[in-house]
Design a protein. Structure first.
Length: 601
């Protein structure tokens, strides 16, 4: 074991960093084993903690003083890694090994703390800062900081804690300043004072300079030339298409500075005034042109006989007709604003308006399918709540329900003729919205039962308002309720609670609605669901209690399969009815003959 230990300690300085980390960990275990443990720290190591206090003083082979001296030397060798310019991996490995030594071997804590307080992670910053060096410095600083904070938390009342905090803050500040200065750009170099700086920054906007016209004759192009480019004088602008010229002119004028344009116009105006005020040029008689062509200087007399008037007229009659000159398209004509008028819209018929309204409602319903309405969100109740207070599914449903109920309120008064023939009544937008709401609810009535209740509440409220206002108006609440019940009753399962919730939340119940629940008992699988819903109404809705019990009586009377469960409810709420019905059935049934009697003919 001694030879193995010596071999490992000899490999410490001449192996790759990964092996050196293993050597550091081995040295930590040697220091822990060859030093005395604190009595209060036995709970961390338990029976597996090996320490020097377990060696008897008079041991024949092991000398405690020699072993403790060797452990002290190995600890100094480990702490020397923090003072040299070593690899960041070795420093982090050493720092990670010191925590358990301070905790379990308090005798080494003072030396370890002094080494940590003298540790400076910026020792590796002497060379140029590379990305690898930055990462190494950050890692060493963070590991040392966490170790010191951990030690200070273990004994917050120790006098050395303020010094630890001061050291941690100073190290963090130095590292931050180092990285901040390394990431800054170099300062702007001072401008040279001597010589001409060709790239000096422009301080103010350039001012256009329009030179005056010089002496001598000038053409119209010279008057409007604002720059000194002689090459433009030889450019034939007639070769450019007019449409391109117009596009260039419009884009240039739209981007031109108003001050520059005003100054250019003033300069051209000044040139024109200068030409107008200048005296006319004097003609030199020696060099002035005579106003005749050179080929007319030589006079050749005409020896032919002059034509008379009749010959001249005959020649004119035989001459071809002159070609009609094509009108030239002016550039101003193409750029001028022409009158434009939209065609008259198609006359809007009631059928077109109804189709457009139904299409809008359909699109709103399709959009609502993509809205995710949280189930735990508390909605504000009441008929006077704002429908468009948010962009939730409930808000859109409230808008559609009120369009279906209140948009035509008071406009559908039934006349005597219309009452006699309801099928001839044309469809309206509100009925189309009701149809769309019904289809939306029936797509998934278990999920959309809250939409159904909200819609029926709006229908009930609108019927009450119209009844209070007077007049013979159609009532939709009962029709819509019966249609919804007839729609989802065939699809109910025995475990569904939708029926109970629906009957308990709609604003009004009557015997017609409860009769639909009674007809459910024709299917024995949902008989319990129907009776449970009726029992809930008996308990929770006193105004409808008697009607619900009457429905239970009808179920007991009409459906023999449901008598057992219905009788249990009637025994509690209407025992007299059950007793009378049972006695009546017993009296009506024939008395069976004795078993031993002979049959005579």
């Amino acid at each position: 074991m001694v030879s193995i230990k010596q071999k490992i300690l000899q490999l410490w300085d001449n192996v790759p960093p990964t092996v050196r980390i293993c050597c550091i960990k081995f040295a930590q275990r040697v220091v822990l084993a060859q030093s005395v443990a604190s009595g209060a720290e036995h709970r961390y190591g338990g029976g597996l903690d090996v320490s020097l206090d377990k060696v008897p003083p008079n041991h024949q082979t092991l000398d405690p003083r020699t072993l403790e001296a060797e452990a002290s030397g190995l600890l100094d060798r480990m702490l020397s890694i923090l003072q040299g310019n070593n690899d960041g991996l070795l420093v982090d490995a050493t720092l990670n090994c010191l925590s358990i030594m301070v905790r379990t071997r308090p005798a080494t804590s003072s030396r370890i703390l002094n080494a940590l307080l003298n540790f400076n992670p910026l020792q590796a910053a002497n060379s140029p800062l590379t990305p690898k060096t930055k990462v190494m410095i950050k890692s060493m600083e963070k590991t040392a900081r966490l170790l010191l904070i951990h030690l200070s938390k273990r004994d917050p009342h120790n006098p050395i804690v303020p010094r630890i905090q001061q050291h941690v803050e100073g190290t963090m500040r130095m590292v931050a300043e180092l990285f901040d200065s390394a990431g800054r750009k170099r300062p702007l170099e001072p401008k040279p004072q001597d010589g001409y700086d060709a790239k000096r920054p422009r301080i103010e906007a350039s001012q256009i300079q329009i030179p005056p016209l010089g002496p001598g004759p000038h053409s119209l192009a010279d008057v409007f030339t604002l720059i000194g480019n002689d090459g433009l004088k030889f450019f034939d602008v007639s070769q450019v298409p007019p449409s391109l010229v117009a596009r260039i002119a419009v884009n240039t004028l739209s981007r031109l500075d108003a001050q520059v344009l005003a100054k250019a116009v003033d300069g051209v105006r000044g040139r024109l005034e200068t030409l107008n005020n200048s005296p006319p040029a004097e003609l030199n008689p020696n060099t002035a042109p005579l106003g005749v062509e050179e080929d007319e200087d030589d006079y050749e007399p005409d020896f032919y006989q002059a034509e008379d008037t009749e010959q001249i007229l005959n020649k004119l009659d035989n001459a071809p007709a002159p070609a009609v000159a094509e009108p030239r398209i002016s550039l101003d004509d193409t750029l001028g604003l022409r009158s434009f008028s939209l065609p008259q819209p198609q006359q809007l018929t009631p059928e077109m308006a109804l189709n457009a309204g139904n299409g809008t409602v359909t699109r709103v319903l399709e959009m609502m399918k993509s809205l995710d309405e949280p189930g735990t969100k508390k909605q504000k109740a009441g008929f006077s709540r704002l429908a468009a207070s948010s962009e939730s599914r409930d808000s859109w449903m409230t808008i559609l329900a009120r369009l279906a109920t209140r948009s035509s309120a008071g406009l559908e008064e039934i006349s005597v003729k219309a009452e006699a023939n309801d099928s001839s009544r044309p469809s309206s937008l509100n009925n189309g919205i009701r149809e769309n709401l019904y289809n939306y609810i029936m797509e998934d009535f278990r999920t959309h039962i809250d939409v159904a209740v909200s819609w029926l509440c709006e229908e009930w409220y609108n019927d009450k308002v119209l009844q209070k206002a007077g007049g013979d108006h159609p009532l939709y609440y009962e029709k819509c309720t019966l249609r919804l019940i007839d729609g989802f009753l065939p699809y109910l399962r025995p475990q569904d609670k939708v029926l109970t919730r629906f009957l308990s939340e709609i604003p009004e119940l009557n015997r017609a609605i409860l009769s639909r629940v009674k007809h459910m008992c024709r299917d024995p699988s949902v008989t319990q669901l129907a009776l449970t819903s009726l029992l809930y109404l008996v308990i929770m809705r006193p105004p409808i209690k008697e009607a619900a019990l009457d429905t239970v009586q009808d179920i007991w009377t009409d459906y023999e399969d449901a008598r057992a469960m219905a009788g249990k409810y009637l025994t509690k709420y209407r025992p007299l009815f059950l007793e009378n019905a049972t006695n009546r059935e017993n009296n009506d049934s024939p008395t069976p003959a004795p078993a031993g009697a002979a049959i005579t003919t």
